[in-house]
Design a protein around this ligand. Sequence first.
Ligand SMILES: Cc1cc2nc3c(=O)[nH]c(=O)nc-3n(C[C@H](O)[C@H](O)[C@H](O)COP(=O)(O)OP(=O)(O)OC[C@H]3O[C@@H](n4cnc5c(N)ncnc54)[C@H](O)[C@@H]3O)c2cc1C
Length: 543
Amino acid sequence: MRTSKSEQCDRHTQSRVGRRGCAGRREVAIVRGVMIGSTGTAVVNGSDGGLRDVRVAIIGAGFGGLGVAIKLREAGFEDFLVLERDEALGGTWWANTYPGCACDVPAHLYSYSFQLNPNWSRMFAPQPEILEYLRRTARERGIEGHLRFRTEVHGARWDEDAQLWHVDTSRGSLNAQVLVAAAGGLVEPNYPDIPGLADFQGACFHSARWDHDHDLRGERVGVIGTGASSAQFIPEVQKLASQLTVLQRTPGWVMPRLDHPHSDTQKRLFARFPTLQRAVRTSLYYTAEGLVLGLVYDQRLLKALERIARRHLEKQVPDPEVRARLTPNFRIGCKRIIFSNDYLRSYAEPNVELVSDGIREVVGDGVITNTGRHIELDTILLGTGFQVFDPPHASGVVGRDGRTLRERWSDGGIRAYLGTAVANFPNHFMVMGPNTGLGNNSMINVIEAHAGFVVEALKTMDARGLASVEVREDVEKRYNENIQARLQHTVWSEGGCKSWYVGPDGRNHTLWPSFTDALKRRLARFDESDFVTRTRTGERVGV
Ligand SMILES: Cc1cc2nc3c(=O)[nH]c(=O)nc-3n(C[C@H](O)[C@H](O)[C@H](O)COP(=O)(O)OP(=O)(O)OC[C@H]3O[C@@H](n4cnc5c(N)ncnc54)[C@H](O)[C@@H]3O)c2cc1C
């Protein structure tokens, strides 16, 4: 179910492995295995048993798929499998191992509400800790036996007669009454279309496919892209490279990160008094929610944040010319805000150069900028984000009318009801689907709300003897018109930037335009009247 663009890039990267080329997915996996192993725990936790027909098939073993699995078990539904194409669980936190990788929402909030962790080493936990947290959670919640690794879902087809999904995987087929796609939104690396990139003779890899075998010490390194991942790895690469050239297209707003290590006393207090940690979590949640007032309702409120970000820039970058090039020309929040205490400071280091002329082409030994300057490089690091408008599973899932999700979305835009249910796709639920991204808060809120919705749907099906539930087309349409109308006057539409939140059709398919609580409330209950429901004989009920 990979997209053609990423297949192209994978082919490109695979062909270069063995020389000094880009790191392909599998090679990094081996390195990653060693790295995870070095923490003292097994590389792969979970049973790797066979496939079988199940009530619920879940695609993906990241925060999303694991969250659904845990909620199903809690509610007494044991007949499910989690199908994961990679070698281990973790999703985002398994794939992204670049130096400096950490959450940018405080870890007390960026964790499941039902599994607080008193032992976070610091406010913004580093990637290995988050991965270890997920592994421990899966173990403690008893879902390891339900996980199937190295099992890529190639496609799924709804069988209207049998009222179930036929799921096709790299390890065989299975049938499932319900299909949950927790395949992630930031999964497929976005490889930029820069002329000549494939001809670069040095090493080149994406932030989500970091090549840990490649030593950057003493090298001339170029970084393409200055988004959230680059802001985390640039300060680390600066310490290693002899020369670091950051090739910036658009500067982003950078806010200070209120990060600090947790002392042993703090950890002991959190362990002894979970209510205390819950209180910290709640206060972080509502502080983050406050941002919605500016992002969605009154952009004038964002000016105070811009002042803080400007002061942060002034403190960290003494050179006024460099500072000017690092100053955004759009409203804060329009693009994802970067939180960092060391990213901007990197530009004050003697071995770092900010180049903002744009790249004309990549050549064998470096890049040529739009002004004709030739910059020689040993390695290119791609901090160019992910293919957000190409959800990996969309091209392989075929609904009731014989069309794939991608075909349906290519006609009328990417849309779903409550970010989870799509008309013509019975018993199919997405986790973190369209318009549920939060520009201000932890995505785990949405993941848990979607997991709860799946459980409520299953309970309703059991209580009413239903074989399938499918969102009504008119309900989906009205809901999405409302979402798009509400998005029109937000900072994401009016803030004067071009961001990955907005698709090529000019519509924002990514973000939720209100308070997180509002989405959670709507997902707390499965309203049967929004759905076409059918019994096993195909008879329609209640519509
Ligand atoms: C570097 C980085 C930092 C982030 N930091 C934050 C943060 O601080 N706060 C925040 O709220 N969010 C953050 N995010 C967003 C993050 O992606 C989500 O918070 C969350 O981890 C998503 O979980 P998921 O399970 O939905 O997706 P993922 O974690 O992406 O997992 C999806 C899984 O599905 C698997 N999969 C995909 N297709 C198939 C298939 N066809 N067959 C089988 N398996 C498949 C993938 O291999 C993957 O393991 C960050 C993202 C990145 C990339």
